[in-house]
Ligand binder design. Structure first.
Ligand code: FAD
Length: 759
């Protein structure tokens, strides 16, 4: 039994993948607590490491060197990664409200979401300034700024507002990088003018005088205009104005001033300090609710007024991990005492840095190399994840439960040993499913709105009914997303037939556990599924839920087509000369095989999930309107398997252009690395259908024609004369990867029906 398959007794939910939570995830990955499920709710899949951000801006590091891949780290930690943004809390119900999904319940919660710029008190700042914080979104803002500077004819004037370590370091890094960019474009680097404005009398006010002088000197040497006592009170498209009436014309304003807590925290009921940060005790528990913890910038320690620096967020990680574990085990928590002095290594943009600690100051290229070594070593802890061989030994849970929960846990564990297959309790079901709102349709006579032993639906006059069923186990840890994908996958058959969906019944297996946990998983999963079914105007009319070893979901779906069958799209009616069109990219099988082994980048998985959630409904309509002669949806047999399913009954052959195949980002790399779905070997047997397999086998996309798809796109044959217009419409409908991937050939003399291009 794998640890993550054990009954869940406690849910620890981490909101935000900040510097503290990455440490928590790593620690739980290395030392899991049986019975504890970790969930990370994160707005961004790749979170930046603040220490290397200036080096990234200066161009010394690439994106992946300075970002921690939360999706991969969560996978390592055995944690669920819910890519979403927390927007509220319900402390009584112990749940986190999210932007795009049902609330997520917790037993213990920890918040590490960094800080938010406070710009709304300066006129025009929100519209015209580029905030550095939150640092998680800065990359996109920085890239568009880079483009603007590159495209800007003549000189560019940039103002950096904020003279703390962050502001000065950022100004120097930008200066270094942008001058290099201008030089690279054959332009004069002196076309760039940089200004640093600070409200106070000094830059880097929290550092010693020698450090301050060093940075003043560097700024002067670089020709960066430093303005002290310059509090910016207004920003406009033309520039900015300070409190003493001075105006400055600039093209860009970068905002690096002190930040505050996220606005949504104000509605949570948690006690906040004057800047909106969450007040916490030495154990990192909020003063309001001992079940809620906070760390990093967002936490304001009652007994230690700390500077907002990543170094503290990092240091809090181990103590937070220990306290979350202790809280689950019902043990006494430990106090975190921050050091009174800390080492800051502040770079000057040109691979030179200044060390600052208390009254000490050192500087040189060697300080940069030292900083670089420390930073890279830190990052390697999250990129070079230690191999955790095999399944963990079955250890008794150390989670402390009392009363009803303890009794339920005992019976859950007993049930596991006694076997599965029991029906899930009626009260759990009614609570989990009661809040769902499936669409109501006139042709559904008896459905979930008035449940009975079975649903009753009418086949409208002039229509015929299309039936299909699909069922598969959860391959992602996010039950809401899994529900969406499972429903989308099941609907694929209906749309591929040229039908519209009418009604669905669900079949669910859910691992046994505490009632509240089972209810939550069911609710999350079915909410996702119902959202997708509703969008397709498909009424969920009933279902059956039982216990099983794994979470799994399937649907029997009924669709409707015109009785005369004119709109039906069959597999077996391809015509020679037709163009083969594929509406979505392939590669989901290999990407998720790689994900399971921590070998896929988070953004590849994000893109694959988006593709899996995209409905085939509009694509099917478009194909029908462009007189598709045949159509199928891509699922487990892979592209080649499904193509052969079409060519054989059509009595045709086909040519497939490997270079034209739309492929998900990362899929070529993962398949080349041999990270393949367990279904791939069965699909590879079909290579006998290939005429020139040996010549094509070295093509990087060759393995992907065998890759099994989940909720894949539609593969259709369209008359060649209509193919161009069909593709234009598909792309306008949002299928931006839709492509012509080959053509249908006459049935030749060759035995093997498929020829691959390039040969
Ligand atoms: C230019 C610059 C340079 C800096 N250099 C240094 C340095 O060298 N050393 C140093 O110690 N400090 C440095 N700092 C300060 C440092 O950036 C912050 O103190 C640090 O990032 C705070 O870390 P954190 O863990 O609290 O949050 P963050 O690192 O900001 O992480 C927050 C995470 O939470 C996620 N998130 C945010 N809101 C939500 C939400 N509502 N729901 C879900 N997820 C959410 C984000 O996506 C992100 O992953 C620098 C700051 C700047 C601006």
């Amino acid at each position: 039994m794998r640890l993550r398959d054990r009954p869940v007794l406690r849910d620890i939910v981490l909101v935000g993948g900040g510097h503290s939570h990455v440490g928590v995830l790593r620690r739980f990955g290395m030392h899991p607590v049986p019975g504890v499920r970790l969930t990370l709710i994160g707005r961004d899949t790749h979170t930046p490491y603040s220490g290397m951000l200036p080096g990234y801006i200066a161009g010394h590091y690439d994106y992946d060197e300075v970002h921690i891949d939360l999706s991969r780290l969560a996978q390592f930690a055995g944690a669920r990664f819910l890519r979403d943004e927390a927007v509220g809390l319900d402390l009584d119900a112990r749940s986190v409200r999210c932007r795009d999904r049902p609330p997520v319940r917790y037993d213990r919660l920890s918040i590490n979401i960094g800080s938010t710029p406070q710009m709304d008190n300066v006129a025009g700042a929100l519209e015209h300034a580029v905030p550095v914080k939150p640092i998680s979104g800065f990359d996109a803002r920085w890239r568009s700024l880079l483009d603007r500077v590159r495209d800007h004819a003549g000189g560019t004037r940039i103002a950096v507002v904020g003279g703390g370590a962050g502001g000065v370091e950022m100004a120097l890094a930008m200066h270094y990088r942008l001058r290099g960019e201008l030089r690279g474009l054959g332009r004069n680097p002196d076309d760039l003018r940089l200004h640093v404005l600070t409200k106070g009398a000094e830059v880097l006010p929290t550092h010693n005088a020698r450090v301050r002088r060093a940075f003043e000197r560097v700024l002067a040497e670089r020709g960066i205009d430093l303005r002290r006592g310059a509090e910016v009170v207004e920003v406009s498209a033309a520039g900015l104005r300070t409190a003493n009436g001075e105006t400055l014309e600039v093209d860009e304003v970068i905002w690096v001033t002190n930040a505050g807590g996220a606005p949504w925290l104000r509605e949570t009921g948690l006690a906040l300090d004057a800047d909106g940060f969450i007040q916490v005790t030495d154990t990192l528990q909020t003063v309001t609710d001992p079940y809620v913890f906070a760390a990093g910038d967002v936490a304001s320690m009652l007994n230690y007024p700390l500077e907002k620096a990543g170094v503290f967020a990092v240091r809090q990680g181990p103590k937070l991990a220990e306290n979350l574990r202790r809280a689950a085990e019902g043990r006494k928590l430990k106090a975190y005492h921050p050091q009174s002095r800390w080492l800051a290594l502040i770079s000057t943009g040109d691979q030179f840095a200044v060390a600052s600690r208390g009254a000490v100051s050192l500087r040189g290229a060697w300080v940069w190399r030292w900083k670089d070594w420390i930073d890279r070593r830190f990052m390697s802890r999250f990129s070079d994840l230690p191999a955790m061989e095999g399944d963990e030994p079955v250890a008794p849970t150390t989670v402390r439960l009392e009363g009803e929960e303890a009794a339920q846990a005992l019976s859950t564990i007993a049930m596991r040993c006694g076997g599965c297959g029991a029906k899930t309790g009626a009260s759990v079901l009614s609570r989990a499913l009661g809040a769902l709102r499936p669409v109501e349709r006139d042709d559904v006579l008896i459905g979930l709105h008035a449940p009975d032993d079975a649903a009753v639906v009418r086949v409208p006059r002039g229509k015929a009914m299309v039936h299909t069923v699909d069922f598969f186990r959860a391959f992602v840890d996010d039950p809401y997303l899994f529900g969406k994908i499972a429903a989308n996958h099941a609907l694929g058959d209906i749309f591929a037939m040229g039908a519209e969906a009418q009604s669905a019944t669900a079949i669910v297996t859910v691992p046994p556990g505490l009632e509240a946990k089972v209810e939550d998983v069911l609710h999350q999963m079915m909410s996702g599924a119902v959202e997708v079914l509703n969008e397709a105007d498909c009424a969920l009319v009933g279902g059956h839920t039982g216990e099983g070893v794994e979470l799994a979901l399937g649907f029997a779906i009924n669709g409707l087509v015109d009785e005369d069958g004119a709109s039906i799209m069959r597999k077996g009616s391809m015509r020679p000369g037709d163009t083969l069109i594929l509406t979505k990219p392939i590669g989901t099988g290999t990407l998720f095989a790689a994900h399971a082994r921590w070998q896929a980048r988070g953004r590849w998985i994000d893109a694959a999930l988006v593709s899996m959630c995209q409905s085939n409904r509009l694509a099917a309509r478009c194909l029908r309107e462009h007189a598709a002669t045949a159509c199928t949806d891509l699922t487990g047999f892979g592209l080649l398997g499904h193509l052969v399913e079409m060519t054989r009954p059509s009595g045709v052959h086909a040519e497939l252009n490997l270079s034209a195949l739309p492929v998900l980002e990362g899929a070529e790399q993962t398949s080349a690395a041999g990270l393949l779905s367990s279904l791939q070997p069965a699909n590879v047997r079909l290579r006998r259908a290939l005429r020139n397999q040996q010549e094509a086998a070295n093509h990087p996309r060759y393995p992907l024609i065998f890759d099994p798809q989940t909720a894949g796109g539609l593969l259709a044959s369209v008359p060649a004369a209509r193919a161009g217009a069909c593709l234009d419409t598909l792309r306008a409908l949002g299928y931006q990867h839709a492509a012509a991937i080959g053509r249908v050939l006459d049935l030749g003399n060759e035995l093997a029906p498929i020829v691959l291009l390039p040969a």
